[in-house]
Design a protein around this ligand. Structure first.
Ligand SMILES: [Zn+2]
Length: 319
């Protein structure tokens, strides 16, 4: 079987809030087994928390927003995508204000922070969403599907009517190594006309060429250009991985996306959870023969594949 993971110790990430433009910070904190990933407002009375789960997704127009009775938090998908790639099961993400730092518009600073402190296994098995029959969701030229697959693979196609974007496709097996190399540093992007409209409403005040790729009518405005020639579709994979964390457990499947945005992803996640004839929550080791038998060799292989040093020291206090 595979054990749940949290991080070894607290670590802080700083930046500015996308909308307010004011300094913002978050602290990743270890969390006990079976708690999942939560955002915690450590500055509010009784430290209210909000679980990363599809039921708590409130808005999906520009970014994924989680909301509960006491607070909401927007643009969660970038830091969560790193958790999907590293298979972090339990984590508290503490905030002292309404916004998380946008950092450089990618997931790289969050990934670097987690890799710096390292991961630690916990004394409880992880459960996966194991897909055994395909699930589809399609509407208005936007589609999402998941097929049985022994791992997590994402095939993503975008198609924007802009000369610098156009049609882009990527197909990638997601593990810590591939995520770090191919996906984590792909930045969010936006169009100048949309940025101007947001600013007129007092939003996106923290959005700059330092934390987004911005396109005008026919060119890229960032003087440094792109980090990858197909940075746009890579960022869409990053976003999709973040949104998949709202399943509350890692997905074993091949996800195929065509022009999928946050709204479609939220409905897709809900559909996966509501289709028990095609998917089930289970531990590896109790899986059908096509999957791992959960032996020590398999465990080592998974860690090697993910390229992450995982400590088995679970005796340390603090989580
Ligand atoms: Zn994004």
């Amino acid at each position: 079987m595979y054990l749940q993971r949290t991080i070894r110790q607290k670590i802080r990430v700083e930046g500015v809030g996308l909308h307010s433009g004011q300094p913002a910070a978050l602290v990743f904190c270890p969390a006990p087994v079976d708690t999942g990933i939560h955002f915690v407002r450590s500055d509010l009375p009784e430290r209210p928390s909000l679980r990363v789960h599809a039921d708590n997704v409130r808005a999906t127009s520009q970014a994924t927003t989680l909301g509960g009775a006491e607070f909401s938090v927007a643009t969660v998908e970038h830091c969560l995508s790193a958790m999907a790639a590293l298979r972090v099961d339990n984590l508290n993400i503490e905030l002292k204000g309404p916004e998380i730092p946008i950092v450089d518009g990618s997931a790289k600073p969050y990934l670097d922070a987690i890799l710096k402190v390292g991961l630690v296994e916990q004394e409880a098995p992880r459960r996966y969403w194991y897909v055994h029959s395909p699930i589809h969701l399609g509407e208005d030229q936007k589609q999402a599907s998941v097929f049985p697959y022994n791992g997590l693979r994402v095939s993503c196609t975008i198609d924007f009517p802009h000369p610098k974007i156009g049609k882009q496709t990527i197909d990638i097996d997601i593990n810590a190594t591939s995520f770090e190399r191919e996906i984590a540093s792909a930045r969010t992007f936006g169009f100048l006309k949309d940025v101007e409209a947001l600013r007129a409403r007092g939003l996106a005040l923290g959005g700059t060429l330092e934390n987004a790729v911005v396109l005008d009518q026919d060119s890229i405005m960032n003087p440094e250009g792109l980090r990858f020639s197909d940075e746009f579709v890579r960022h869409k994979v990053l976003d999709a991985l973040g949104d998949l964390t709202t399943l509350g457990a890692p997905l074993l499947g091949h996800v195929v996306l065509y022009r999928a945005g946050h709204d479609l992803m939220n409905r897709f996640v809900r559909k996966i959870m509501a289709t028990p004839e095609c998917v089930r929550l289970q531990e590896l080791g109790s899986a059908p023969p096509a999957l791992s038998d959960g032996s020590e060799e398999d465990r080592k292989r998974e860690f090697q594949l993910q390229g992450v040093v995982v400590d088995r020291d679970t005796t340390r206090p603090g989580y």
